[in-house]
Design a protein. Structure first.
Ligand code: ADE
Length: 233
Protein backbone atom coordinates (compact mmCIF):
# COMPACT_ATOMS: atom_id res chain seq x y z
CA UNK A 1 0.00 0.00 0.00
CA UNK A 2 1.34 3.40 -1.01
CA UNK A 3 0.14 6.54 0.78
CA UNK A 4 0.69 10.00 -0.71
CA UNK A 5 -0.22 12.76 1.71
CA UNK A 6 -0.70 16.38 0.65
CA UNK A 7 -0.34 18.62 3.70
CA UNK A 8 0.93 21.96 5.01
CA UNK A 9 2.40 20.16 8.03
CA UNK A 10 4.54 17.19 6.88
CA UNK A 11 6.45 17.30 10.17
CA UNK A 12 3.38 15.90 11.96
CA UNK A 13 3.68 12.48 10.31
CA UNK A 14 6.94 10.60 11.05
CA UNK A 15 6.32 10.00 14.79
CA UNK A 16 3.06 8.20 14.11
CA UNK A 17 3.83 6.61 10.75
CA UNK A 18 7.19 5.12 11.75
CA UNK A 19 6.20 3.70 15.14
CA UNK A 20 4.66 0.44 16.30
CA UNK A 21 2.70 -1.68 13.81
CA UNK A 22 2.76 0.96 11.03
CA UNK A 23 6.55 1.23 11.44
CA UNK A 24 6.91 -2.54 11.18
CA UNK A 25 4.67 -2.59 8.11
CA UNK A 26 7.03 -0.01 6.58
CA UNK A 27 10.12 -2.06 7.42
CA UNK A 28 8.52 -5.15 5.88
CA UNK A 29 7.88 -3.16 2.69
CA UNK A 30 4.10 -3.58 2.97
CA UNK A 31 3.43 0.12 3.50
CA UNK A 32 5.10 3.11 1.86
CA UNK A 33 4.26 6.70 2.68
CA UNK A 34 5.35 10.05 1.42
CA UNK A 35 4.27 13.60 2.25
CA UNK A 36 4.01 16.44 -0.25
CA UNK A 37 4.18 19.93 1.24
CA UNK A 38 1.47 22.00 -0.45
CA UNK A 39 3.44 25.18 0.32
CA UNK A 40 6.23 23.94 -1.99
CA UNK A 41 3.80 24.25 -4.91
CA UNK A 42 2.63 27.86 -4.53
CA UNK A 43 3.71 30.36 -7.15
CA UNK A 44 3.20 33.25 -4.70
CA UNK A 45 6.45 35.03 -3.91
CA UNK A 46 5.62 35.03 -0.17
CA UNK A 47 4.68 31.33 -0.25
CA UNK A 48 1.06 32.23 0.52
CA UNK A 49 -1.41 29.33 0.15
CA UNK A 50 -4.63 30.93 1.42
CA UNK A 51 -6.82 33.97 0.81
CA UNK A 52 -10.06 35.62 1.96
CA UNK A 53 -13.34 33.86 1.12
CA UNK A 54 -15.43 35.29 -1.73
CA UNK A 55 -18.71 36.46 -0.25
CA UNK A 56 -17.06 37.35 3.06
CA UNK A 57 -17.04 35.57 6.38
CA UNK A 58 -14.50 34.53 8.98
CA UNK A 59 -11.23 32.73 8.29
CA UNK A 60 -9.17 31.99 5.23
CA UNK A 61 -9.63 29.55 2.35
CA UNK A 62 -6.86 27.38 0.88
CA UNK A 63 -6.25 28.38 -2.73
CA UNK A 64 -6.83 26.01 -5.62
CA UNK A 65 -3.53 26.54 -7.42
CA UNK A 66 -0.99 25.18 -4.88
CA UNK A 67 -3.27 22.24 -4.12
CA UNK A 68 -3.66 21.41 -7.81
CA UNK A 69 0.06 21.75 -8.55
CA UNK A 70 0.82 19.53 -5.54
CA UNK A 71 -1.67 16.95 -6.89
CA UNK A 72 0.10 17.05 -10.27
CA UNK A 73 3.39 16.26 -8.50
CA UNK A 74 1.72 13.26 -6.82
CA UNK A 75 0.38 12.07 -10.22
CA UNK A 76 3.88 12.33 -11.65
CA UNK A 77 5.31 10.30 -8.75
CA UNK A 78 2.70 7.56 -9.16
CA UNK A 79 3.03 7.64 -12.95
CA UNK A 80 -0.71 8.03 -13.53
CA UNK A 81 -3.85 9.63 -12.12
CA UNK A 82 -4.65 8.03 -8.75
CA UNK A 83 -7.95 6.13 -8.48
CA UNK A 84 -8.77 7.42 -4.99
CA UNK A 85 -8.08 10.92 -3.68
CA UNK A 86 -9.42 11.35 -0.15
CA UNK A 87 -10.10 14.80 1.26
CA UNK A 88 -10.36 14.95 5.06
CA UNK A 89 -13.27 17.23 5.91
CA UNK A 90 -16.23 17.35 8.29
CA UNK A 91 -18.33 17.65 5.09
CA UNK A 92 -17.61 14.09 4.00
CA UNK A 93 -18.93 10.55 4.36
CA UNK A 94 -18.24 9.24 7.89
CA UNK A 95 -15.28 6.85 8.10
CA UNK A 96 -15.96 3.39 9.52
CA UNK A 97 -14.62 -0.16 9.36
CA UNK A 98 -16.35 -0.95 6.07
CA UNK A 99 -14.78 2.12 4.39
CA UNK A 100 -11.40 1.03 5.83
CA UNK A 101 -11.90 -2.43 4.32
CA UNK A 102 -12.81 -1.04 0.93
CA UNK A 103 -9.79 1.31 0.85
CA UNK A 104 -7.37 -1.39 2.07
CA UNK A 105 -7.88 -3.17 -1.27
CA UNK A 106 -6.36 -0.22 -3.21
CA UNK A 107 -2.73 0.01 -4.28
CA UNK A 108 -2.35 3.79 -3.91
CA UNK A 109 -4.23 6.22 -1.68
CA UNK A 110 -3.84 9.98 -1.87
CA UNK A 111 -4.86 12.15 1.09
CA UNK A 112 -5.53 15.87 0.97
CA UNK A 113 -5.35 17.50 4.41
CA UNK A 114 -7.26 20.77 4.63
CA UNK A 115 -6.69 23.70 6.96
CA UNK A 116 -8.22 27.12 7.58
CA UNK A 117 -11.91 27.42 6.80
CA UNK A 118 -11.74 25.05 3.84
CA UNK A 119 -10.32 24.56 0.37
CA UNK A 120 -11.46 26.28 -2.85
CA UNK A 121 -14.30 24.07 -4.08
CA UNK A 122 -13.08 24.09 -7.69
CA UNK A 123 -9.93 22.08 -6.96
CA UNK A 124 -11.94 19.67 -4.83
CA UNK A 125 -14.34 19.10 -7.74
CA UNK A 126 -11.35 18.53 -10.01
CA UNK A 127 -9.33 16.02 -7.96
CA UNK A 128 -11.21 14.57 -4.94
CA UNK A 129 -12.99 11.21 -5.31
CA UNK A 130 -13.80 10.62 -1.60
CA UNK A 131 -14.56 13.39 0.91
CA UNK A 132 -14.24 11.66 4.30
CA UNK A 133 -15.07 12.82 7.83
CA UNK A 134 -13.93 11.20 11.04
CA UNK A 135 -17.08 12.21 12.87
CA UNK A 136 -19.31 15.08 13.87
CA UNK A 137 -16.73 17.39 15.39
CA UNK A 138 -14.35 19.94 13.94
CA UNK A 139 -10.59 19.50 14.13
CA UNK A 140 -7.93 22.10 13.30
CA UNK A 141 -6.83 20.21 10.21
CA UNK A 142 -6.93 16.99 8.21
CA UNK A 143 -3.57 15.60 9.36
CA UNK A 144 -4.78 13.69 12.41
CA UNK A 145 -7.77 12.20 10.54
CA UNK A 146 -5.43 11.16 7.70
CA UNK A 147 -3.21 9.35 10.21
CA UNK A 148 -6.22 7.70 11.86
CA UNK A 149 -7.35 6.44 8.45
CA UNK A 150 -3.85 5.23 7.53
CA UNK A 151 -3.70 3.33 10.82
CA UNK A 152 -7.11 1.67 10.40
CA UNK A 153 -6.46 0.81 6.73
CA UNK A 154 -2.89 -0.44 7.19
CA UNK A 155 -3.80 -3.05 9.78
CA UNK A 156 -6.09 -4.60 7.14
CA UNK A 157 -3.28 -4.87 4.59
CA UNK A 158 -2.27 -8.56 4.50
CA UNK A 159 0.89 -9.21 6.54
CA UNK A 160 0.89 -5.92 8.49
CA UNK A 161 -0.55 -7.50 11.63
CA UNK A 162 1.70 -10.17 13.13
CA UNK A 163 0.47 -13.65 14.02
CA UNK A 164 -0.22 -12.49 17.55
CA UNK A 165 -2.58 -9.73 16.38
CA UNK A 166 -5.99 -10.70 15.17
CA UNK A 167 -8.16 -8.75 12.78
CA UNK A 168 -11.33 -10.81 12.95
CA UNK A 169 -12.56 -11.31 16.54
CA UNK A 170 -12.57 -7.59 17.17
CA UNK A 171 -15.08 -4.79 17.51
CA UNK A 172 -17.17 -4.15 14.40
CA UNK A 173 -16.16 -7.27 12.48
CA UNK A 174 -19.67 -8.57 13.22
CA UNK A 175 -21.19 -5.20 14.00
CA UNK A 176 -20.82 -5.52 17.78
CA UNK A 177 -18.38 -4.03 20.30
CA UNK A 178 -15.70 -6.35 21.63
CA UNK A 179 -16.04 -8.25 24.93
CA UNK A 180 -13.78 -7.34 27.91
CA UNK A 181 -10.28 -8.83 28.08
CA UNK A 182 -8.18 -9.86 31.10
CA UNK A 183 -4.62 -11.01 31.68
CA UNK A 184 -2.52 -12.07 34.67
CA UNK A 185 -2.70 -11.76 37.62
CA UNK A 186 -6.04 -13.44 38.34
CA UNK A 187 -6.76 -10.85 41.06
CA UNK A 188 -5.73 -7.19 41.27
CA UNK A 189 -7.17 -4.01 42.87
CA UNK A 190 -9.54 -6.32 44.75
CA UNK A 191 -11.06 -7.46 41.44
CA UNK A 192 -11.08 -11.05 40.17
CA UNK A 193 -11.05 -12.29 36.59
CA UNK A 194 -14.53 -13.68 35.80
CA UNK A 195 -14.56 -17.35 36.83
CA UNK A 196 -15.70 -18.66 33.45
CA UNK A 197 -12.48 -17.43 31.75
CA UNK A 198 -10.42 -19.65 34.09
CA UNK A 199 -12.64 -22.69 33.49
CA UNK A 200 -11.03 -23.85 30.23
CA UNK A 201 -14.58 -24.54 28.99
CA UNK A 202 -14.41 -23.03 25.48
CA UNK A 203 -18.10 -23.19 24.72
CA UNK A 204 -19.05 -21.44 27.96
CA UNK A 205 -16.36 -18.83 27.34
CA UNK A 206 -17.75 -18.13 23.87
CA UNK A 207 -21.28 -17.73 25.28
CA UNK A 208 -20.04 -15.40 28.04
CA UNK A 209 -18.10 -13.25 25.56
CA UNK A 210 -21.08 -12.99 23.25
CA UNK A 211 -23.30 -11.88 26.14
CA UNK A 212 -20.78 -9.23 27.16
CA UNK A 213 -20.48 -7.97 23.58
CA UNK A 214 -24.24 -7.61 23.32
CA UNK A 215 -24.51 -5.97 26.76
CA UNK A 216 -21.86 -3.37 25.89
CA UNK A 217 -23.23 -2.66 22.45
CA UNK A 218 -26.73 -2.17 23.83
CA UNK A 219 -25.43 0.19 26.53
CA UNK A 220 -22.91 2.31 24.60
CA UNK A 221 -23.98 1.97 20.96
CA UNK A 222 -27.75 1.53 20.76
CA UNK A 223 -27.49 2.43 17.04
CA UNK A 224 -25.22 -0.57 16.33
CA UNK A 225 -27.30 -2.81 18.57
CA UNK A 226 -30.47 -1.94 16.68
CA UNK A 227 -28.78 -2.66 13.33
CA UNK A 228 -27.45 -5.99 14.64
CA UNK A 229 -30.91 -6.98 15.90
CA UNK A 230 -32.54 -6.16 12.58
CA UNK A 231 -29.96 -8.32 10.80
CA UNK A 232 -30.85 -11.32 13.04
CA UNK A 233 -34.54 -11.17 12.08
N1 ADE B 1 -10.97 18.21 9.39
C1 ADE B 1 -11.51 18.93 10.39
N2 ADE B 1 -12.41 18.23 11.08
C2 ADE B 1 -12.45 16.99 10.51
C3 ADE B 1 -13.18 15.81 10.77
N3 ADE B 1 -14.08 15.72 11.75
N4 ADE B 1 -12.96 14.74 9.97
C4 ADE B 1 -12.09 14.81 8.96
N5 ADE B 1 -11.38 15.91 8.66
C5 ADE B 1 -11.55 16.99 9.43
Amino acid sequence: MNYYIMTLFPEMFPGIMDASILGRGGEKGLIRWETFNIRDYTLDKHSKVDDYPYGGGAGMVMQAEPVYRCYQAVCERIGRKPKRVICLTPQGKVFDQSVAQELAAEEDLVFLCGHYEGIDERVLEEIVTDPVSLGDYVLTGGELPAMVMVDAISRLVPGVLGNGDSADTESFSDGLLEYPQYTRPAEILGRKVPEVLLSGHHEKIEIWRREKSLERTRKYRPDLYQRWKEKQE
